[in-house]
Design a protein around this ligand. Structure first.
Ligand SMILES: Nc1ncnc2c1ncn2[C@@H]1O[C@H](COP(=O)(O)OP(=O)(O)OP(=O)(O)O)[C@@H](O)[C@H]1O
Length: 240
């Protein structure tokens, strides 16, 4: 549940990365789910990278309160990487803990169970399928109970069943831990039920608001400068 009474976990104030986007102001509160949409190359990943500090803003500012977890765009682990799924999760849990350098086996097993990866715990990560590797990345990102979770196309190349599983896990984090989520995606439908805000980026400008405010014929036609039809079919958003 969104908690607008709590301080914003992340806020952008008139932020820009030239020449991609500018004058971006938004706030993310605990329990918010921001879906970031837009065409290829418009600067969606760059927005995530700005929060991670790996890309600088060229104007404006951003303020981050709290810890961050990151699910990167899908990239396969090397097939010969000599680490099991449980080793990667263990490293993520132990990271930053100075006195206790090793995560307990129980904590690792709990996290693996949470993402439904118990059965692959002892398999070398490079031998896992793309979807299975994505679960391990999710477990890594959850390890330190982040206040803000950055997800860069976490559903890419997953089948519908696995997409639902991944979105359910994100939604569970929002509900149980009030984690705020920023999720870059090329399709709004798998996250339609949990998105509290949508940021739609185009080379001509951007819009921020609820799904019903942003994903409309009027709003997208204005953003693209040409008529774009947005329809609802069986509860799904269809852009024509
Ligand atoms: N560190 C960087 N420095 C300068 N330019 C960069 C950097 N990283 C990416 N770019 C450029 O910024 C532009 C936007 O890239 P970005 O990956 O943010 O787009 P995107 O909207 O996520 O695209 P896609 O949907 O295709 O993943 C691209 O032209 C890219 O080449």
């Amino acid at each position: 549940m969104t908690s607008t009474s709590s301080p914003a976990v992340l806020s952008f104030h008139k932020a820009g990365i030239s020449p991609l986007w500018q004058d971006l102001s938004l706030e993310l509160h605990p329990g918010d789910f921001l879906a970031i949409l837009g065409p290829n190359g418009v600067g969606k990943s760059s927005l995530i990278n700005a929060v991670l500090g790996t890309r600088s803003l060229s104007s404006g500012s951003l303020k981050l309160l709290g810890t961050v977890g990151y699910i990167p765009q899908q990239r396969m682990f090397p097939t010969d990487l000599p680490l099991r799924a449980r080793d990667l999760v263990s490293l993520a849990l132990a990271h930053g803990v100075l006195r206790k350098r090793r995560a307990s086996r129980r904590d690792v097993d709990t996290l693996l169970a949470q993402v439904g990866a118990t059965g692959i715990a002892d398999v070398r990560v490079g031998l896992l399928s793309g979807g299975q590797q994505q679960l391990i990345r999710q477990a890594q990102a959850f390890a330190r109970d982040p206040d803000l979770l950055l997800c860069d196309e976490p559903l890419l190349s997953l089948d519908p069943g696995m997409q639902k599983h991944v979105v359910d896990l994100l939604q569970q984090r929002m509900a149980e831990k009030s984690t705020a989520i920023m999720c870059v995606t090329h399709s709004i439908n798998p996250v339609l039920h949990c998105a509290t805000k949508v940021l739609y980026l185009t080379p001509r400008g951007h819009k921020i608001g609820s799904v019903d405010e942003v994903l409309t014929t009027e709003s997208l036609s204005e953003l693209y400068g040409t008529h774009v039809e947005v329809a609802r079919v069986n509860g799904r958003v269809v852009v024509v």
